[in-house]
Design a binder for this molecule. Structure first.
Ligand SMILES: NC(=O)C1=CN([C@@H]2O[C@H](COP(=O)(O)OP(=O)(O)OC[C@H]3O[C@@H](n4cnc5c(N)ncnc54)[C@H](O)[C@@H]3O)[C@@H](O)[C@H]2O)C=CC1
Ligand SMILES: O=C(O)C1=N[C@H](C(=O)O)C[C@H](O)C1
Length: 245
């Protein structure tokens, strides 16, 4: 039985993780911690799952690493400099391993993978993500990571930047620029988590779309990461490797 602790246990995702862990035959929920609770209860765990807030996740993660606990992190906000900081903490033999994934949905991971594969074949690529209006960060971690992967694939293939003749307009109309890829964030009542990667070439548009209809959809990926994190090597970003991609 893997002993699991959950940080952010009263949140939308954290509560779902608690239910999923309690329903798994090979796991035991030993700590459910939320804002204001002492973290000490987590020392009973082998693996800590964090779904909290981009503003607090670094402190949480450092606390776990310093105690040799493995961590599975779904909280967003991990740019390259944050990932470098985490790598620098994981140098001690006594450190636990860490999985940080902007999205644990199997379909979402495949969407990112297919977007990365398709990106060099089209002149233009932009990303449109739609989320519930309670989301704190924009663009979403998934959109940010998709843009990074797409940009890296295009750079490696020597593809020119997406054409864009815009010289005037209202600020924000063209979205955010993530590594040269335009990302548009929609916040919409009724939405959960949705993303389209739109690619355009000569006389054709290719759209890769993923929809998360509920938060249960993320649980197979979270449980997979909890099972595998002890055997991984320090920091793993995304669950692509765990799925054999
Ligand atoms: N990787 C993935 O597959 C997914 C990632 N997310 C991300 O997970 C994060 C949380 O999302 P939601 O559950 O929707 O948010 P939420 O706001 O419903 O839940 C966050 C919880 O964390 C708690 N919290 C805040 N600071 C804390 C602290 N210092 N210690 C312990 N608990 C603390 C809050 O009280 C709240 O209960 C966001 O960054 C979101 O983007 C969300 C869905 C899927
Ligand atoms: O906040 C959410 O809800 C989600 N957050 C993650 C993100 O920012 O990509 C994953 C999913 O999109 C749901």
């Amino acid at each position: 039985m893997t002993k699991v602790g959950v940080l952010g246990a009263q949140g939308r995702m954290g509560a779902e993780v608690c239910r999923a862990v309690e329903g798994a035959d090979d796991m035991e929920l030993v700590a459910a911690v939320d804002q204001g609770d002492p973290l000490d209860a987590l020392t009973a765990a082998e693996v800590v799952v964090d779904f909290t807030h981009p503003g607090v996740v670094m402190d949480n993660l450092r606390w776990c690493v310093e105690r040799g606990l493995h961590a599975v992190v779904g909280t967003t906000g991990f740019d390259p400099s944050r990932l470098d900081s985490v790598r620098s903490w994981l140098t001690e033999e006594s450190s636990g391993n860490v999985v940080i994934a902007p999205n644990f949905g199997i379909g979402a991971v495949l969407m990112m993978h297919f977007a990365q594969k398709a990106a060099p074949f089209f002149e233009s690529v932009e990303i449109v993500e739609t989320h519930h209006p309670n989301k704190a960060d924009a663009p979403s971690g998934t959109a940010y990571r998709t843009a990074e992967l797409v940009a890296a694939a295009r750079a490696e293939a020597g593809v020119a930047p997406s054409p864009d003749a815009t010289t005037s307009g209202v600020e924000g109309a063209r979205g955010a620029d993530v590594d040269g890829v335009r990302v548009h964030a929609v916040r919409m009542s009724g939405a959960v988590a949705h993303q389209e990667v739109v690619l355009g070439g000569h006389g054709e548009l290719f759209t890769i779309r993923h929809d998360s209809m509920n938060r249960e959809s993320f649980m197979p990926g979270v449980l997979l990461a909890v099972r595998r994190v002890p055997e991984l090597d320090r920091l793993t970003v995304g669950i692509e490797a765990l799925l054999g991609l």
